[in-house]
Design a protein around this ligand. Structure first.
Ligand code: B12
Length: 369
């Protein structure tokens, strides 16, 4: 009896047809996700998979099959960027399980007991590898290196596996192990979110996963609210918001939280705040400082207009701007009537200490004159 390694072998074709049909019965969602072209490719991939498995079994070399499993998974992630990596992992694991079940029913003249046993072992190993490679995406040096990189990896890994509890737990552990809120925000959550953006840009992450990571990060940040609002007050107040139709709101929230932790009374207005609404909030709260956050460059014009409106109506209020969009400009903020620009919330806090100490000194000196 010839070995079942050829793609044209009628026994391989029969096996592939059964695995293919069983998979659609097992997972009806595939019908929605796979058009005719994808179905054809899926069938071909099943044929290849069986052929690789049989080759590995006959040569007693597990790696032939498992390295192919790794390669195939990556290929599918690149070919189907509309599907989440976890969804592709699930499809592949289902495929291996269905293949495993189908092999068990094969007549013994096709594969002997030892061969079946090896095939099952290789399939099991392919399932494990498929689980591992969900997070097997090229990560940037900035993400991988330096302090807190272990926390970053664990946090991202949990989110890529859609494991909200674990993501929350990683940050709780960091907190218990003495990592400061500032470091958790700036050097763990912030850097991970930038990595999320990079992975999305490279089609390694779907839009729904990007939304999920944002939502998890906001939930995780809320675990600090017990201490944030219990700090001694410094009698300064801040309004922060994202301008225009800007939907990116995590940077502004982080900044507000860190100011709250520094003793300020903060009013975070969130994303997409109309200029009129901001001006109204200023008239109500009379803040010492406003911080405007911009992520997408197309909202910079609106930001400039807001800066000028605040400056003319409330000349005494200090204005700071920041966010990802400014990094993509030729220092545009230098042309605007603002008091401070920085890349990070921490630098603004540091600046505010000096600035408001100097203002306090000046006002005390005036009182004595
Ligand atoms: C999460 C995210 C989203 C979420 C936002 C959810 C939410 N509730 O906020 C969603 C899914 C909605 C989204 C949508 C979009 N996004 Co988006 N998104 C991101 C992502 C991955 C992370 C943003 C983030 O939270 N970062 C973490 C925070 C903490 O960082 P930060 O905002 O920069 O803030 C820090 C500092 O800048 C500073 N800071 C912030 N504000 C201020 C203010 C002051 C005064 C100071 C001093 C400091 C300061 O303090 C913070 C801590 O240090 C980024 C990647 C990235 N590079 O940022 C892409 C990214 C910004 N998005 C991008 C794009 C293209 C989009 C979309 C067009 C399409 C899409 N699906 O992604 C839409 C547009 C939405 C819109 N109309 O605004 C691109 C922008 C590319 C470009 N050249 O402009 C990025 C860079 C992804 C990428 N790598 O390509 N996105």
């Amino acid at each position: 009896m010839s070995l079942m390694t050829s793609l044209n072998d009628p026994r391989v074709l029969q096996l592939a047809q059964k695995v293919y049909a069983d998979h659609f019965t097992y997972d009806p969602k595939l019908e929605l996700e796979y058009d005719d072209r994808r179905k054809k490719l899926m069938y071909e991939d099943i044929l290849y998979n069986i052929s690789f498995l049989m080759t590995a079994v006959h040569l007693s070399d597990e790696k032939i099959f498992t390295s192919y499993a790794r390669w195939l998974n990556e290929l599918l992630c690149n070919l189907m960027p509309d599907l989440d990596r976890v969804r592709i992992m699930t499809q592949m694991k289902d495929h291996y399980r269905i293949l495993s079940k189908t092999l068990k029913d094969l007549p013994s003249e096709l594969l002997n007991v030892d061969e079946i046993e090896s095939a099952q072992r290789y399939i099991q190993r392919a399932i494990e590898i498929t689980e591992e490679v969900v997070t097997d995406v090229p990560l940037s040096d900035q993400f991988m290196q330096g302090p807190f990189s272990e926390y970053r990896k664990m946090y991202l890994d949990a989110m890529l596996h859609s494991n909200t509890r674990e993501a929350y737990a990683v940050i709780s552990r960091a907190r218990e192990q003495g990592v400061s809120i500032l470091n958790i925000y700036e050097n763990i959550l912030n850097v991970v979110m930038y990595e999320v953006g990079r992975l999305w840009h490279q089609s390694k992450l779907t839009v729904d996963k990007e939304h999920y990571c944002s939502s998890v990060t906001q939930t995780v940040m809320s675990q600090f609210y017990d201490v944030l609002f219990l700090q001694p007050r410094n009698h300064r107040s801040l309004i922060c918001c994202a301008v225009g139709s800007e939907l990116h709101e995590i940077g502004g929230r982080m900044l507000s939280d860190l100011f709250e932790y520094d003793g300020w009374d903060t009013y975070y207005l969130g994303a997409a705040v109309p200029q009129k609404a901001l001006l109204h909030a200023i008239s109500e709260h009379r803040p010492d400082l406003i911080a405007l956050s911009v992520t997408m460059p197309q909202h910079l014009l609106e930001c400039e207009s807001t800066v000028r409106a605040v400056r003319s109506q409330y000349p005494e209020v200090k204005i700071a701007v920041g966010g990802h969009a400014f990094k993509m400009t030729n220092r545009i903020w230098e042309k605007w009537p603002i008091d401070f620009y920085s890349d990070t919330a921490a630098e603004l806090i540091e600046w505010s200490h000096k600035e408001f100490r100097a203002l306090k000194k000046a006002s005390l000196a005036n009182q004595h004159d």
